[in-house]
Ligand binder design. Structure first.
Ligand code: NAG
Length: 460
């Protein structure tokens, strides 16, 4: 499987650039440059952390077929020797930003976006290397204080969790708490935000929407972006085709977390998707259509998730562009996940007791390397439901941390306790790099310093 991932063209691109000269000229990640002769050994490690998921079967080199990927593929043409992006440079050359007719509002379509984005990248060559894998996370919440007295505290911790994840993996993050279209409220608010983020971040290939009530519970797992490049998918959501086409369920996918490619297809798709929302004169009718198709949908208003499922249901060819990720917890239901944290912690601690390399203290910046080291031990773990790998994203669907009106089917304080346990489970992975650990996942206040060689011995 690894061999399949070691794509020929990656290898030759890197081999060329590494051997041609040993200054920073790689079109790829600058990490390769320090490796010279150890290139092949390094590739093995690299492919582990770069593809993260152990279950990419039979993927060979992603083919760059669509103009969408031109932006990404430009990153392979060696533009600049300095691998660092230049934040001080915005030349006077005209770009789409200078067109008076460009509108950020979701009501005005954007045309020729791929060309416009490419042109911007050409004028900002320091951003071209790495553009293919650049991700901007977008999340947000309402513009007023939460009704739940501890709601804002929870939102702060959920946001801190996302900031931690982004810092560890070098992603940018944007938190928005204003409606960018007055009618696109609640779950519809993300569409105008994501679209505006696409325009604000021409340097990024992907915009990653993550709901405010979703959190990262595997700080090491990296998005397997090559999997989505392979056939040039443009939108990734957690979902199951059978539930769309056979069961016609409104929970066939979850629209609370999605990854969308920064390209014209996505601009057009968001327009189509948004037309089923409250900014549309057809809003009410869409609600009726959704309710009659999805028998398990219990409220009459058209919602973004049902709308997305409806679009897929009506036009199956969209599956060519929309990847329904079911291979890992791209997001996962908290009720299913939270009870597994203790066993997972035990397994991971066991692995660390076995492998001294994993116990070595290190700078937070090089965390991805330790994720790759750990991956070797997780081959049998599976991923997603029933697995003992840390779940990537735990989503507190129905818990409503901000307004406090959690779904009545959740007993008593199970939502609050679940969130606290998840937050501390995630925080333990971060705090480790700072030398501390929460011994009790339900006690957010208490930490202990981790001794040298933790967790080799001790009552952990
Ligand atoms: C945790 O592991 C124990 C022992 O293997 C098992 O009996 C239990 O069902 C597991 N708990 C969960 C929630 O998976």
């Amino acid at each position: 499987m690894l061999a399949a991932e070691l794509s020929n063209s990656h290898y030759s691109t890197m081999a060329k650039s590494t051997f041609r000269n040993n200054k920073a000229s790689s079109c790829f990640s600058d990490v390769f440059l320090y490796l010279g002769g150890a290139l092949f050994a390094f590739l093995l490690v690299w492919s582990l952390w770069s593809y993260a998921g152990p279950d990419i079967s039979g993927t060979s080199e992603p083919k760059v077929t669509d103009s969408n990927l031109k932006v990404g593929s430009n990153s392979k043409t060696c533009v600049k020797e300095d691998p660092a992006v230049n934040l001080l440079y915005d030349p006077p050359d005209t770009t789409f930003y200078d067109h008076p007719e460009l509108r950020y509002s979701i009501e005005q379509p954007v045309k020729d976006w791929d060309q416009k984005r490419n042109q911007w990248l050409r004028h900002h060559p320091s951003f071209a290397p790495g553009a293919r894998d650049r991700v901007v996370m977008v999340t947000g919440s309402q513009s007023t204080p939460c009704k739940n007295p501890i709601g804002d505290h929870f939102l702060l911790r959920f946001f801190k969790n996302k900031v931690d994840y982004c810092r560890i993996h070098g992603y940018d993050i944007f938190y928005n708490n204003v409606l960018l279209h007055p009618k696109m409220h609640t779950f519809w608010a993300k569409l105008p935000m994501v679209r505006a983020a696409m325009l604000a971040h021409p340097e990024a290939e992907w915009i990653w929407w993550v709901d405010s009530d979703a959190m990262f519970t595997d700080m090491e797992y990296k998005l397997p972006l090559r999997r989505y490049d392979y056939k040039n998918h443009n939108l990734v959501v957690h979902g199951w085709p059978k539930l769309i086409y056979e069961e016609k369920s409104w929970t066939a996918l979850n629209a609370g977390v999605f990854l969308i490619r920064n390209c014209q297809w996505s601009m057009d798709f968001i327009d189509k998707w948004a037309k089923m929302g409250p900014m549309s004169p057809e809003y009410e009718r869409w609600g009726q259509i959704q309710s009659s198709l999805f028998k398990d949908k219990l409220f009459p208003e058209s919602d973004d998730q049902s709308a997305l499922i409806y679009l897929l249901y009506e036009d199956k060819s969209l599956m060519k562009k929309i990847y329904l990720e079911g291979g890992y917890y791209f997001e996962g239901y908290w009720l299913e996940i939270v009870p597994t944290y203790d066993n997972i912690t035990e397994r991971y601690t066991g692995i660390e007791r076995e492998d001294k390399k994993l116990r070595r203290r290190h700078a937070e910046k090089v965390s991805e390397q330790y994720g790759a080291f750990r991956d070797v031990h997780l081959k049998e773990a599976g991923n997603g439901k029933g697995s003992w790998r840390r779940p990537f994203i735990t989503h507190f669907t129905g818990c409503q941390p901000c307004n406090g009106d959690h779904n009545k089917m959740y007993e008593g304080d199970s939502c609050w306790k679940g969130m606290v346990r998840a937050l501390n489970f995630a925080d333990n992975q971060v705090l480790r790099k700072y030398g501390f650990v929460h011994p009790d996942l339900l006690d957010s206040k208490t930490v202990q310093e981790t001794p040298f060689d933790y967790p080799d011995d001790g009552p952990w």
